[in-house]
Design a protein around this ligand. Structure first.
Ligand code: MCA
Ligand code: AMP
Length: 455
């Protein structure tokens, strides 16, 4: 996976910059070898690292790959409930990394220490109910995906990749770090994905979630500064068509949109030099087959797929893994899509479950937030929804039955127990949560026809 570290592209002093600190491949490799040496001694089932945007996180992930021990990146702002769950469930030991500590001891293995099908990363992601599940990703799945993306985007060692995404999800970590190390492109991670930082980075290839792109489109100077780039790529949530058009007007680029999931990696994408249309996510990557499970002749339905980029399963959850597949072996994305019958271009039109929220490109399960709210001693009922938001795509709104507590206190409670990006942006106090005869919450009754909270 780490071809850049084998010397095929030579070394360069500025190979990788993260949040203002720069290292060469040689320096990264030395720090990663020191991590690998630590791991090789203990043979833990997995190890965790607090995944700040830093060279330490990169060294930890690379060290895990060298040692053949799967890495569990922890969101740095994870509170005790989220952190405890991830460490318990994975059995991972938390590792401290010192980037200044280097080793020359472990040679880069010609082949992975363990098989390509063994776990390389375990990424925690939310379902509609319950606590997040560990998605087990193999080296084989990751390399298949990165090679398919390199082909689709003509991504190579001449590129400078720029992004500022979190290093505990597929977008920032697998594409944004391992992609650079596989293609040999220089990496500039901006620390935070601000318009100013993207504009100043001078890259050829830029990654962002729609919230990042819409903030750049609202900053004409920053957008114009990207005109010298080769390719802008958006993903993790739907890119609004007006943002696509504003970016084209201001930067001259038609943004490539691609679609993926933690469980499947990136499976459908627009191509560099191809026809790119707002509201579409392109065609399946090489090796991926998709189908639409539509009811009797309908043109839209659940997107299902197969291919070499799929995960190995949810950690410790054979039940959930089995439920993610159809009886004939296709992965059920839970996304509703349509495919153009002429050119095969895919369009994502929504999600099957309203309990899966995408806010700022983060995937957040309503059930997890409801459980966190119910842990507060003054909350007796909670129903959480995602409502349309111009900046975040969706924002989290919590309806609660509660006494003697303010909305701000409940927001802080969720931010502190789970993580900051899972906090409700708005808390509404209601006398009761509407329920059907079975006692199931009727969340739609809390919202207007446009999906906004009823006044
Ligand atoms: C505010 N803050 C609080 C509170 N309120 N902190 C604690 N408690 C509170 N009650 C502060 C925080 O300390 C933090 O401060 C700041 O508010 C964060 O605010 P927030 O609004 O959450 O941040 P943002 O800047 O608005 O975030 C927008 C974002 C972010 C940068 C676009 O959402 C983001 O990074 N999204 C990327 C998600 C992603 O990578 N998804 C990929 C999933 P301070 O700033 O000082 O720290 S992978 C995937 O989806 C698939 C595979 C795919 O297709 O890619
Ligand atoms: P996650 O597992 O955090 O990676 O989230 C995966 C989900 O993000 C998918 O199931 C989709 O709902 C959504 N998603 C990713 N990319 C796109 C896109 N380009 N357009 C619309 N939704 C997307």
């Amino acid at each position: 996976m780490l071809t850049a570290l084998t010397g095929v592209h030579g070394d360069r002093a500025d190979a990788i910059t993260v949040a203002g600190r720069t290292a060469s491949y040689e320096e990264l490799l030395g720090a990663a070898r020191a991590v690998a040496a630590d791991l090789a001694g203990g043979h833990p089932p997995a190890f965790a690292v607090t995944a700040t945007a830093s060279l330490e996180t990169v060294a930890a992930v690379v060290g895990g790959l060298l040692a053949g021990v799967p890495c569990v990146p922890l969101p740095p702002d994870a509170g005790p409930v989220e952190r405890g769950h991830i460490l318990n469930d994975s059995g991972a030991r938390l590792l401290e990394v010192d980037f200044a500590r280097r080793s020359t001891a472990t040679p880069v293995p010609a082949a992975p220490v363990r098989g390509a099908d063994d776990p390389a990363l375990i990424l925690y992601t939310s379902g509609t109910t319950g606590a997040p599940k560990g998605v087990v990703l193999s080296s084989a799945a990751i390399t298949a995906d990165l090679d398919a993306l390199a082909e689709a985007w003509q991504w190579n060692a001449a590129d400078t990749l720029v992004h500022g995404l979190p290093l505990f999800h597929v977008h920032g970590l697998v594409l944004g770090v391992l992609g650079a190390l596989r293609t040999g492109s220089r990496l500039v991670h901006t620390g935070r994905p601000t318009p100013e930082a993207y504009a100043a980075a001078g890259g050829s290839l830029y990654f962002g979630v729609p919230t990042v792109w819409s903030r750049i489109a609202a900053d004409p100077q920053a957008a114009a500064a990207l005109s010298g780039a080769r390719l802008l790529v958006s993903g993790s949530a739907a890119l609004p068509a007006p943002v696509f058009r504003d970016l084209e007007r201001l930067s001259g680029h038609r943004t490539v949109e691609r679609y993926g999931m933690t469980e499947t990696l990136i499976t459908v994408s627009g191509r560099a030099g191809g026809h790119l249309h707002p509201g579409t996510v392109g065609t399946p990557l090489p090796g991926i087959t998709t189908r639409i499970a539509a009811e009797d002749g309908a043109e839209i339905g659940e997107l299902q797929l197969t291919g070499p980029t799929l995960f190995s399963g949810y950690l410790n959850r054979p039940d959930a893994t089995a439920a993610a597949y159809t009886p004939d072996g296709w992965f059920r994305t839970g996304d509703i899509a349509a495919v153009d019958e002429n050119d095969g271009v895919h369009r994502i039109v929504g999600r099957a479950s309203t309990d899966m929220i995408k806010s700022g490109g983060y995937r957040i399960g309503a059930g997890e937030i409801e459980n966190a709210l119910l842990d507060h001693p003054h909350v007796s009922e909670a129903a959480v929804v995602g409502v349309p938001d111009a900046d975040l795509g969706q924002r989290i709104v919590a309806f609660v039955v509660a006494q003697q507590v303010t909305g701000a206190e409940l927001t802080d409670f969720v931010a502190a127990h789970l993580s900051v990006h899972k906090r409700p942006r708005e808390v509404r106090f209601v006398p009761a949560i509407p329920r059907n005869a079975m006692g199931k919450p009727q969340k739609r009754l809390l919202l207007s026809d446009e999906g906004r909270p009823r006044p």
